[in-house]
Design a protein around this ligand. Structure first.
Ligand code: SAH
Length: 349
């Protein structure tokens, strides 16, 4: 996740979540993967059981929440491909982790100018959080009423349950960095050990069981599983994927876990259940999982510029001169090197 300031704060774990984690320990330890699953997804106390996590009032701000131009450029990319493919009659648009639904609405506001595209459109939304699901349903209902379009939308908690077919456009922003990862290190006997967490009684806080300075290898099993699933769908129905996330292309030998609470980076184990814990995506491995399909990794800035964000900024600023300054600040947050332009990458399949 993207954050702007860095401070450290004191541990304030949710005591219910803390007890649940302790109950799930085996010999006083729990694998990082199982720990993350509980902290992020526990149906009552997990981070994603709550919906006030994204946007200015939440913990982090995402690209679609910064500017509508982010979604507009993705819509242009999709429409261009649809045209090139001879306008397939049935389109299956899949968004992974739509959050507050802002990106989908920005896409629909462009798509609605193309009635053939709208007629072909079937939407599947993959969302684990019930709170976000309700928010997305309300938003789509009000968009449909306002625009007089009866959208064909289905919600799923797991992508493996999607049933629609049709030429696939699957996209996501900051979805994969939320999925739990496994971490490994090599011990003194050259054994590969899965990294675990324990509860330190003296400090009443969770800690990693190993020395913080060792080399860590991360495995994105869930991301790879989803990529392989999508690969089979594309091989069957045709289609494209567009995934934006925080990540790296070359290998990393450190833990990339980070915790963000109200726009500030905090200690990994602080504010458990109330703070966002994410990791960086290894884009080379992510792309490999789609092999033999052709893939391309770009920076967010390169993608947005190549697909016309600056031209669209110019047009929008001319029609809304009083918003020109604000729009240009928003776009520079998305594309500048020091902000989201380079740290965020795009995987195109
Ligand atoms: N794409 C949005 C939200 C990003 S936050 C944006 O850019 O603003 C991550 C989103 O993924 C949230 O909606 C969260 O509830 C959802 N999510 C996290 N893990 C998930 C999982 N395992 N399965 C389905 N949805 C998940």
């Amino acid at each position: 996740m993207y954050f702007e300031k860095m401070i450290l704060s004191k541990d304030q774990p949710d005591s219910s979540l803390q007890s649940i984690i302790l109950e799930n320990m085996c010999d006083g330890e729990i694998a990082v993967y199982d720990f993350l699953n509980l902290v992020l997804y526990h149906p009552e106390f997990g981070y994603y059981a709550k919906n006030r996590v994204i946007g200015r009032g939440g913990d982090f701000i995402t690209s679609p929440e910064i500017s509508q131009l982010f979604g507009e450029v993705i819509a242009i990319y999709i429409l261009h491909d649809w045209n090139e493919k001879g306008k397939p009659q049935k389109i299956h648009l899949v968004e992974l982790g739509p959050g507050r639904g802002t990106l989908l609405i920005d896409l629909l506001n462009v798509f609605k100018k193309y009635p053939d595209f709208m007629d072909a459109l079937h939407i599947s939304l993959i969302e684990k959080s019930d709170a976000f699901k309700s928010l997305q349903k309300e938003l789509l209902e009000s968009w449909s009423n306002k625009n007089h379009y009866a959208l064909k939308v289905k919600h799923f908690s797991d992508i493996c349950d999607i049933s629609s077919q049709g030429y696939l456009y699957c996209y996501a922003n900051e979805f994969f960095d939320a999925l739990p990862i496994r971490q490994y290190y090599t011990d003194h006997f050259n054994q590969r050990i899965e990294r675990t967490v324990y509860f330190k009684n003296q400090t009443q806080a969770f800690e990693f069981c190993d020395d913080a300075n060792i080399e860590i290898e991360e495995e994105d099993d869930e991301t790879i599983k989803i990529a392989q699933f999508l690969k089979h769908i594309i091989e069957r129905d045709g289609g494209r994927c567009i995934f934006f996330d925080y990540g790296y292309i070359q290998g990393s030998s450190i833990s990339t876990l980070q915790t963000v609470y109200r726009h500030q980076k905090v200690n990994v184990f602080d504010y458990l259940g109330d703070a966002d814990i994410s990791h960086q995506i290894n884009f080379s491995n992510f792309a490999k999982a789609f092999s033999p399909l052709e893939t391309k990794i770009m920076t967010q800035a390169n993608f947005l510029e190549e697909w016309g964000i600056l031209l669209r900024l110019q047009q929008l600023s001319q029609t809304n001169p009083n918003r020109a300054h604000e729009l240009s600040i928003q776009v520079s947050r998305l594309i500048s090197k020091t902000m989201m332009g380079e740290h965020f990458k795009v995987l195109l399949v």
